[in-house]
Design a protein around this ligand. Sequence first.
Ligand code: NAG
Ligand code: NAG
Ligand code: NAG
Ligand code: NAG
Ligand code: NAG
Ligand code: NAG
Ligand code: NAG
Ligand code: NAG
Ligand code: NAG
Ligand code: NAG
Ligand code: NAG
Ligand code: NAG
Length: 735
Amino acid sequence: MRNNISHRLLYVVLFISLLLLVCFTRTTAFYLPPAPTTPGVGIDNERHALLDFKASIDHDPRGLLSTWSTREEATSDCCEWFGVTCNNQTGHIISLDFGSGDLQGKISPSLLNLSHLSHLDLGFNHFTGTIPKFIGSLTQLRYLNLGFNHFTGTIPNFIGSLTQLRYLRLDQNDFTGTIPPELGNLTNLQELSLRFLFSCTVENLDWLSRMSKLEELQMDDVKFMGKADNWVNVISSLQKLSILSLRSCGLSQVMHPYSHVNSSSSSSIVSLDLENNNLNSSLYNWLFPLTSNKLEDLSLDDNKLDRIPKYFGNLCSLTYFYFSSNTMPISFPNFLKNLSGCTLFNLSFLYLYNGQFRGSLSNDIQNFSSLNYLDISNNRLNGTISEKVWQLPELETLFISSNSLQGGISKNIRNSKILNIDVSNNSLQEVDSEVYMSKVAMIDMSSNNIYGTIPNISSTVIWLDLSKNRLHGGLSFLCGHVVNPDLYYLDLSNNSLTGKIPDCLWHFKELQLLDLGYNKLFGKIHSSVNLLKNLKELYLNNNNFSGQLPLSLSSCTKLILIDLGANKFSGSVPFWIGEKLSLLYALSLTSNNFSGTIPSQLCQLANLQLLDLSKNNLHGTIPPCLGNLTAMVQEGYVGNAGLCGLPLSKYCPGDKELQLPPIVGENNGDDDKENMWFYIGGAIGFAIGFWTVCIVLLVYNPGRHAFFHFMNTLESWIYVKVMVFISKLQHNTRR
Ligand SMILES: *[C@@H]1O[C@H](CO)[C@@H](O)[C@H](O)[C@H]1NC(C)=O
Ligand SMILES: *[C@@H]1O[C@H](CO)[C@@H](O)[C@H](O)[C@H]1NC(C)=O
Ligand SMILES: *[C@@H]1O[C@H](CO)[C@@H](O)[C@H](O)[C@H]1NC(C)=O
Ligand SMILES: *[C@@H]1O[C@H](CO)[C@@H](O)[C@H](O)[C@H]1NC(C)=O
Ligand SMILES: *[C@@H]1O[C@H](CO)[C@@H](O)[C@H](O)[C@H]1NC(C)=O
Ligand SMILES: *[C@@H]1O[C@H](CO)[C@@H](O)[C@H](O)[C@H]1NC(C)=O
Ligand SMILES: *[C@@H]1O[C@H](CO)[C@@H](O)[C@H](O)[C@H]1NC(C)=O
Ligand SMILES: *[C@@H]1O[C@H](CO)[C@@H](O)[C@H](O)[C@H]1NC(C)=O
Ligand SMILES: *[C@@H]1O[C@H](CO)[C@@H](O)[C@H](O)[C@H]1NC(C)=O
Ligand SMILES: *[C@@H]1O[C@H](CO)[C@@H](O)[C@H](O)[C@H]1NC(C)=O
Ligand SMILES: *[C@@H]1O[C@H](CO)[C@@H](O)[C@H](O)[C@H]1NC(C)=O
Ligand SMILES: *[C@@H]1O[C@H](CO)[C@@H](O)[C@H](O)[C@H]1NC(C)=O
């Protein structure tokens, strides 16, 4: 699980940078208020109209309208008010921009008095009710954005009277019913954006053919019904259309037959997105008219496709190709062969995650000379990885985890530009001893069969996961090969590593996760551990570590998880854990030689969900506050002959008869899952908050699907490990 969803942080970082750039460059034009132009007194009537508008707004949490002064003096020029733009010659108001204002209230019909208004942006606010009728009278509008509000009712047909409109955006509202054919009267429209209208349908698309100037059409989540099955016909008649997005439109019923053509189509479409439409391969019989030499970005994710046609190889400009989550078996070598026309030269992004690709990662890959990003993880590839993969001249990202691939990583990778490599959860046996990746930032080779000592892989890596292999030898490579002080993720668990922790480990000040669990390491935890100021997760479990916990560990105040179980640690359970490590979520000291009593300071750990102190030499009363931790079970204390009190069924001397909690039964598998999903749910909630901001700002960004895939992982990477840990531990102790 972790392999699939948690190891992409670096890419996340890259994508966030890209996203910010994209959000910024793509949105400034629409969402940021234009800077006021020349001063000049706004025309009085218009100024009053603005004040009326302000008066009908109930809630302005960002204070957008706070600069709008009610003072009558000419000193308050309404052309300088926030969000207002005037024509610098005539002084008339021409643009109102309150995008992302979180405004609530009514939209005042006083806007009708702004007779020169051509740009009205009310997107990303909280307006409710049906779209007010007077909007249909703002006939001079060229730009109208009512997207991302809570408007209800059907999309009114009077929108069709705004015949000057170039841009119309009604995305993400609570509209119901059919998209009105009157929109076809908007013959000047260049962009029509009706995304995320989950309860809307379109019954017939003939009206669309009148919008001959349309360049961008997005109708994601609008359901295509009945006579809309001629949409390919209609859309291929739109000569200027360059961006078409019909995600989740229920196109599966739409199979208007087209005779198979093989000459070049004249479509202008550059970006075509048909994700999640339940389409099967008969799609190719009618897709052709929408594809041409101009097509750069094609998404067929989440369908039921089991092949691609040969004509895809002739899409010379194709740069981004998304084909993930198609559920039908498909041969990867043949897939590549069908793509091998002029497509070979420009294709740089191939996203085939989570499908049913079979066959091997064969030599056919070699001619894709521009390939920069290849994700074919979670498929069914088998056989030996072709040497040619390591020689792809432009390859920076290679994600091939969770297949059944064999072989190894050859030294040819020395010459590659590789930045991110995830080959986890395969059957790789070896890593050439001369492998060295000079630029790589992320390496995940976990869950393979790699045998030997840890090779000189890279000195630039910041994410290194070699867990679940058969590596032996010591950790001294940390003092030589891996030297990047920015290393923040180091997982070497489940190998056969021996020796002590070398001092150089403590110099990785950015380290957030350190997992050395399930090895044969020994020695004490050095007091320099406090240099790891950013450490969030520390796993040293199932080794032979010994000694007391150094006081300096109390300086690692970002820790959320500590697992020191199954070692030979001794001394008392430190009281400072409770006082200093206030973010701690899970603490396991099980199966050691800790002695003394349980410090009541542990009660100060407000976030603690799991505490496992079992199988030590503890005695005394369990502090009552620890009796009912959410994920806490009696088993967290058992195996300490001297412990008493709740939740153990052994009373302490002097206690009255206690109400014992029900004994946790054997059939608690479901409970574990529930807990786990509860926590993960929290993390996802956080992600959704982020999404609603970003998903909508992305007007057109070829990296977006992949971004969302990785986005999914960002918020969870650290939590998932915690959750898996907790659920595993609960599961084990409850058995
Ligand atoms: C008025 O605005 C136009 C474009 O909006 C600009 O080209 C022109 O320079 C401006 N004139 C003045 C006097 O600012
Ligand atoms: C438009 O302006 C006129 C004159 O100031 C005013 O009488 C009228 O009520 C205004 N209309 C609206 C809809 O605010
Ligand atoms: C607008 O469209 C409707 C239906 O498509 C049509 O009946 C009507 O005549 C159109 N109005 C104008 C002004 O073109
Ligand atoms: C398709 O191509 C073949 C040969 O490449 C040609 O014989 C045939 O006429 C073409 N069909 C159409 C519809 O262009
Ligand atoms: C695709 O689905 C349609 C109807 O859903 C069916 O008629 C057709 O046979 C299917 N085609 C293929 C190639 O499976
Ligand atoms: C490749 O193209 C051929 C001919 O169009 C087709 O029969 C085959 O199914 C395709 N294979 C794949 C894997 O797309
Ligand atoms: C690659 O795409 C560009 C346009 O993005 C196009 O000009 C060029 O011809 C394509 N390269 C090849 C080899 O077709
Ligand atoms: C791919 O490359 C190999 C060797 O580099 C060459 O023999 C083969 O013809 C190429 N195939 C295509 C389709 O370009
Ligand atoms: C790959 O898997 C297929 C069955 O799915 C099997 O027939 C084939 O022998 C396997 N190839 C290798 C190299 O293991
Ligand atoms: C590992 O890959 C197999 C398929 O090869 C998949 O079924 C399994 O879920 C993967 N395991 C993890 C932890 O990703
Ligand atoms: C690791 O390999 C690189 C590149 O060959 C080399 O520069 C470096 O000295 C090596 N480091 C060690 C510790 O062998
Ligand atoms: C145990 O939890 C309940 C509610 O979940 C709370 O009312 C009670 O105070 C807790 N007991 C202790 C000892 O913390």
